[in-house]
Write a protein that binds this ligand. Structure first.
Ligand SMILES: [Zn+2]
Length: 183
């Protein structure tokens, strides 16, 4: 049977870590519904240390803060760096959990932050199909992250995440992006 929503990874699956990630991402999807009602974009990210302590949790705030950089992952990284007082998170063994696959900008942000592990929900292709957001071009990024020692587990609890994105669109919220002139 086709496993279109099966988990993908750039390292051997660690069942314990994966089960924890499923719980965290499901909780994030539930919390995201409240964040959307409060005016946030439809993405939520959390950063935990290796002991399981929450360091930062942030939603997408592009619209209400009028800043195109304010994706959930970027906000969470900025908050973690503020809390820990450093631009280099690598000594802290941090894991980032996010409701959808990071976009091209956030992949850069994650790479330069020192985050060690990334767990995400809905894959970019489905985000684009459901919402119309442009997630960017990201050739072979799981392998590129592996080369840099960043573990990735993706497509975790996809259906729950897709439901939240669909409701964002159905409620008529903003699909923010610049105007494209391609001709
Ligand atoms: Zn992003």
């Amino acid at each position: 049977m086709a496993q279109k929503n099966s988990v993908i990874a750039n390292k051997k699956i660690n069942e314990k870590k994966l089960n924890l990630a499923k719980k965290i991402i499901l909780d994030l999807q539930t919390e995201l519904k409240k964040a959307i009602r409060a005016g946030c974009g439809p993405f939520l990210a959390a950063i935990y240390d290796s002991k399981g302590t929450l360091i930062a949790k942030c939603a997408n705030s592009v619209v209400f803060e009028s800043c195109s950089h304010n994706h959930a992952e970027m906000n969470a990284i900025k908050e973690a760096e503020r809390v820990l007082g450093t631009y280099d998170l690598s000594p802290y063994g941090l894991s980032l959990y996010v409701t959808a696959e990071p976009c091209i900008m956030c992949l850069g942000g994650i790479m330069w932050s020192g985050i060690r592990e990334v767990y995400y929900g809905v894959p970019s292709k489905r985000v684009e199909e459901i919402t119309g957001f442009d997630e960017g071009f990201k050739p072979d990024w799981l392998n590129e992250f592996k080369k840099r020692g960043i573990t990735v587990y993706g497509q975790i609890e996809v259906e729950a995440g897709e439901e939240v994105l669909k409701s964002y669109v159905e409620q008529g919220h903003t699909i923010y992006k610049p105007e494209r002139k391609t001709k």
